[in-house]
Design a protein around this ligand. Structure first.
Ligand code: ZN
Length: 146
């Protein structure tokens, strides 16, 4: 994504285009694989060494509020961020801490039908994301460790 495409994402979400926001968005788009704040900070600092960490956190919060990204929690302590807002689940490898997006429309339909039928009392379901824990058979060394 080039600068104007990144700027477009911000304008579409009613956010003022600032170099800081563009830099953080660029990091999220480039890192793809559910980066944590450290990885984002590292990426941003390559081109913007003076961007304060607090600012980066604030921008990430704003992006979450605008639903440009969402937070992903794993069993480890780091908060990670997901730029893919289409419906998907996560395959989480406990050994290498890698999170892979898992798309499965059949499963989505099944879950939706199940909960429509089940009707949990006093609770409105907005979204269902599964975190499927496991590990890869063939550990791919390319998969990045956090
Ligand atoms: Zn994801």
């Amino acid at each position: 994504m080039n600068y104007s495409e990144l700027a477009n994402v911000l304008t579409q979400n009613n956010l003022k285009v600032t170099p800081q926001r563009v830099a953080v968005l660029e990091a999220l788009m480039s890192l793809k694989d559910h980066p944590n704040a450290d990885a984002i900070k590292e990426f941003v600092h390559k081109n913007h060494p003076n961007l304060a960490v607090g600012t980066i956190y604030n921008i990430l919060e704003t992006f979450c509020e605008k639903k440009i990204i969402r937070k992903v929690k794993t069993d480890r302590d780091f908060m990670r961020y997901d730029i893919e807002m289409h419906r998907h689940h996560h395959l989480y490898c406990e050994e290498c801490d890698y999170i892979e997006n898992y798309y499965d429309e059949e499963l989505d339909k099944l879950l939706q039908e199940y909960f429509n039928r089940k009707k949990i009392p006093n609770f409105n379901i907005k979204d269902i994301n599964l975190q499927i824990l496991g590990n890869y058979n063939d550990h791919n060394p390319i998969k990045k460790k956090y």
